[in-house]
Ligand binder design. Sequence first.
Ligand SMILES: [Zn+2]
Length: 388
Amino acid sequence: MKSIFFTGCWLFGILALQAQGLISKPSYFKTELDSLLETQIVVSLDSLFHDMSDFKLSTKYLKEEESELTKAVLNRYFVSSIRRKRTFFKDYSFKLINLYETKKNNYFLTVVVTKLKSNEVHHIIDLLATPTNQKIVFFTPIKHHAQFWKNHTVGNITYHFRDTISLLNAKEFDRKNTLISQKLGLTPDSFDFYMCYNEQEVLNLLGIRFLSDRVGLTRNGFGVYTKTICAIENHEDFSHDVFHYYSGKVNQPQDRNWITEEGVAYLWGNAYYTDPNGEMVLLTRLVSELNAYLDSHPDAKLFELFERNTKIFSHIAPEISVRSTIAGVLAHEIENKKGQEGINTLINAGSKNRLETFLTATEHLIGVNKHNFNTRVKKLLKRYPTEE
Ligand SMILES: [Zn+2]
């Protein structure tokens, strides 16, 4: 009786929702699933996309255990990428092109999002579906894709990787994770860390098979979101963004000065990118390189390099910033002279007019301002503890 009642409710729901029908099935679509289950999945998938049609996403149609991670993936790579297109849900079609069982009660599906007028593909999204409590819920296929990867836990970090990892780098990251969290008055979090080579691989792992905004881009990882990291360049040390993650837990967005944020991320973490040999780039190396640059460019002015953020490290990695290097050296001096309280003041110098507010803070904390910048920073650079 109960099951007839639920089936009845479900069918009623199916009929009601099919009227709205965002999700369609192209003529070539075929599945071996029985037709009731197929319809249930399509109806729930339709509800999931309806849920995102006001550019917000609840966890209503997401599998509970994976809901936060799935939400982070869909928010970052779907909702954020369409938010500015107010008529997106009218201008695009959403086609289910793939649906099959991967293991008992787990169904792998693919939705392709195309522009109605031109048929241009905007997204191809993979999700897993599973029945639970009389409804179908969805989740990111990251674990499905990484199911045959190896795992190894170092301290608070569980690495997922294809071949090998460097335990030396892994231990260093675990050490920094503990140190950075403690400096900010927090206890270290545990992370699932997926080792990837580039952004396209990260996107695929998370179920974003194609995203038109990010075609050809390779240099962004994923995370830290809900204790998950997908690194690029297959490097074990993600401490740069781990600093931003912990800082975001204790500092308010309107206060965070992003010149400081980058400087401290370089100082306590790393420069995020590796060099052409796959070695992570640390502040000590950048200070040596900057000193060498100043020796070979006697007319260069440190304040100009800082203000313009001149590209001088492109031979290491194009994104590496001289401004963040200098901010890291200033943060190091402030940490030595004023301790954690000084760093907190510098981090919270303000998000607006960031160059100005950063310099107001350095003047207040250690007397470095625009006028004495060249001489004071030069001295700090010369005595910074660089590599042997
Ligand atoms: Zn950063």
